[in-house]
Ligand binder design. Sequence first.
Ligand SMILES: [Zn+2]
Length: 376
Amino acid sequence: MRKYILLAAGIVIVLAALIFWYPGNDQTEKAELLKETAGPSAEIVETVAEPSVNPVEEKAALADLVAKYKGLQLIDAHNHGASFYKYKGMLNTWKEDAVHQVVLFGNSSEPAAIDTDETAWNAYQQYPELIIPYFSGFDLHDKGSLEVVKNNLEKGYFGLGEVAGASTASPSMSKVAWKANDPMDGYLPQIYDLIAAYKAPILMHVDPPNGMPVAKLEEALAKHPGTIIIFAHINAYNTPEEVDRLLGKYPNLYADFFAGFSVYNPDSGKHPELYIPVMKKYPNRFMLSTDSGYGIGGEEQAIDAMYRMIDLLGDSAVARKIAHDNLAAIIEAQPATVTQMKALRKLEQQTGKSYDKAKLSKAEAGTILAEAAKGE
Ligand SMILES: [Zn+2]
C-alpha cells in the first residue's frame, strides 16, 4: 500500500514539473501580462486566432451566431431542395439554425422542373408556415408557358424561379433545355406583364453577369417597371460597383445575395465585407440565400455564411430587412387569387366557418387552405 502512495506522489511531482517547464505556460503568462498591462486593446490578444477549420468549432461558431440573431427570422430566398428526401432531410437543420422560411423549388427551366415544382407545392401544403413555393417548369419559348404561369400563380405559388434568363458559363444552368437566350427571349416579356398583375417576383439566373445578358436584363427592367425581378446570386462573379449601378438605375430590381459564395467560395476572393456598403445603400432590396450550398461545403455552411453577413452588417435595422423583411414584404403584398377565393368559399360551405375575405393575402389564404386540406 505504502509503495503505491509513494508511486502516486512521484507521478504528481513529475507532472507538476512538466507543467511548470512546459513552454506553452510561458506564452499563457505573457498573454496574461499583456491583458493586465495593455488596457483596452488587450482584447486583441484573445481574438487573434487562426480561422477555424475544425468542423466542430465551425458548428459552435454557427450556434453562437444563431443564438445571437435568431430573432431576425432569417429567410432563405433561394433553395433547390424540392425533392422529398432533400427537404425532409433539412427540416431539423432549418429548425436548429433558426431558418424561419425557405423559398423552395428544384430544377430550373427544364422538363424535370415540372416534378420538382409539384414537390415544392406538396412541401408547402405540409408546412405552410415554413415553405414559400416557387416554380420553374415551363418552356418560355412556348406560348403555353403563359397558361402554366397563370395557373400556378392562381393556385398559390408565390414566384417564378429559378428561371434561366441566360447562361453560358454555369456548368449546370447552361445545359438546361428551356433556358432563355437572354432575359427578353421567347415569351418572357408577356410573362413579366402577367406576373406583375399578381405582384409575383421572378428569380432569374443571368450569367455571365455582364455583356449582352445584362444589357437585355436592363431592357426587361426598363420596359416592365411594374415587375419585380430578383437577380439570382447577384454577387456571384460580379462586383459591388456593378451591383450598385444596377440597383441605382432600376427600382424594380432586387438582389438575391448568395452569402456562401462571397464567404466560402475561393472564386469570390472571400471578401464579403466589400458588399456591406452597397447593402447599406439599398437596405430595402437585398435578401439572403443559400442556393442550397452550390459550389461550397454544403447547405449548412451556406446558412452559416448568411449569419456571417448579418454579423458583418452590424446594424440591426438593416440586418432585419435583409434577413427577413424585404422578401417577406414581396410575399405578403400578393393578394389572394380568384382560384383561392373560390376554394375558400367552398371551404366555408363545407365547414360553416367564415373568413374575412375582403383583405386576404395570398399567403393567408394559402395557409388556411393548406391547413384545411391537412385536416381532411
Ligand atoms: Zn440556384
